[in-house]
Ligand binder design. Structure first.
Ligand code: ADP
Length: 399
């Protein structure tokens, strides 16, 4: 088959396959573009004359189909008429863009779906865990409540038995003191030869009886003190106590012991009016216990009493140059009936109750006691007495 030339394109729908055809639309387009150029001010004479044919390759799709001619075999830039309308060809880019968008959207929705699923799963798990935890907390609370009830019961029993012990000790000590005082009194009568002459040996034995009875009386008095404090029966009478007077009274009590041992003794000096708010008898007992210990456990050197006044409290130091306390014995010092086990301490009389009573009496005043010590070099016992009355009475109430 041969292509047709120079035929007008209007014949194309009428059974012709196609060829290089003259096309009115094409002519019109060329003429219109020349016209626009002239209208835009171009010189018509400068426009080059178009020579040659303006015909172009045009084919009828139906005829191409009929004669089985492939579009690919046609010359390039061929115009094909009667070609069936293909939506796909017309909107290929749009379709693919939309497919792309749809794919992205689908992926996002899928991802969101997975995420939501995971969250739901997680929330479910958290809820489940919370429920388990709640159950465990309930169980543990129940157990704890049971334990607490047991503990309260146990504590009540301890308090009861401790009160019973203190009451028993208080009444026993009282009962023991009366006959003991008469032992001491009658021993004195015999020793002073009021009831007649005694020989030297009898004097020696009776002196021993008297010293043992006095030691026993000390012990009973200490036990009575502890029992009173523990059972809350120790009455405190807080009042203004003149410091110079109390220091001088203590000095009178302690002087015979430190002079006998040739120890230096240093007391602080105060204005005549200076007062401290304490229970007179108990405060004296505290100072006496600590100072007599300092003298008891010091061989050479001396003892110093320091009373320092702060804004809120008094700080009292009892410093000695005595035997000191080894670190491993620090814990036992304030314990009842406990004494440091050494050749020196064993040679000195003591009950092991003095410091535990002292500690309790200081605490009754709302203060506290501590110490520093070095073996062979000496010890410093420090205690505080708060200044405010309400602090003191609070402490008393607690006890
Ligand atoms: P004690 O009646 O034995 O003196 P305390 O309760 O007063 O009982 O003291 C307990 C122990 O603490 C004493 O046995 C002693 O070993 C030790 N101690 C107390 N004060 C001193 C001190 N100033 N220096 C060295 N040791 C001390």
């Amino acid at each position: 088959m041969r292509p047709i030339y120079a035929l007008h394109s209007i014949f194309l729908p009428y059974g012709i396959v196609g060829g290089k055809l003259v096309d009115g639309y094409n002519h019109g387009q060329i003429a219109a573009s020349l016209g626009i150029r002239i209208l835009q001010g171009e010189d018509p004479f400068s426009i080059q004359i178009i020579e040659g044919s303006s015909a172009q390759y045009m084919f009828n799709y139906e005829q191409l189909e009929r004669f089985n001619i492939d579009i690919k075999d046609l010359p390039p830039d061929s115009v094909i008429i009667n070609q069936p309308f293909s939506f796909y060809k017309m909107y290929t880019t749009l379709i693919w863009t939309m497919i792309g968008f749809a794919a992205i959207l689908f992926s996002i929705i899928t991802l969101l779906g997975i995420n939501i699923n995971k969250r739901i799963h997680l929330e479910y798990k958290i809820k489940e865990d919370n429920e388990k935890l709640e159950l465990r907390v309930k169980e543990r609370t129940k157990e704890l409540n049971e334990l607490l009830e047991q503990k309260i019961l146990y504590q009540e029993q301890i308090i009861k038995s401790s009160q019973f012990k203190s009451e028993f000790m208080a009444s026993m000590s009282h009962e023991l003191r009366t006959p003991l005082n008469s032992v001491i009194g009658f021993t004195d009568v015999i020793l002073e030869r009021i009831s007649g002459e005694i020989n030297e040996e009898q004097d020696k034995y009776l002196t021993n009886v008297k010293s043992s009875a006095l030691h026993l009386l000390d012990l009973i008095n200490d036990v009575l003190d502890i029992a009173k404090i523990e059972s809350g029966k120790m009455e405190m009478n807080i009042e203004d106590v003149n410091l110079s007077k109390i220091i001088s009274q203590i000095n009178t009590m302690i002087k015979p012991i430190y002079e006998k041992k040739n120890l230096k003794f240093e007391f602080p000096k105060f204005d005549k009016e200076k007062v401290i708010q304490v229970d007179r008898l108990r405060f004296k007992e505290i100072l006496f216990n600590l100072l007599s210990n300092a003298v008891k456990y010091t061989e050479t050197g001396g003892v110093k009493l320091e009373i320092l006044e702060n804004e809120d409290d008094w700080v009292i130091n009892i410093i000695d140059t005595g035997i000191g306390i080894a670190k491993q014995d620090f814990d036992i010092v304030f314990k009842e009936f406990k004494r440091v086990n050494s050749e020196y301490t064993n040679s000195i009389e003591g009950t092991g109750l003095g410091l535990s009573i002292t500690k309790k009496l200081i605490e009754l005043h709302g203060g506290n006691i501590s110490f520093t010590s070095e073996l062979g070099k000496g010890s410093t016992f420090t205690f505080t007495i708060p200044k405010k009355i309400n602090q003191i009475s609070e402490a008393i109430k607690i006890i």
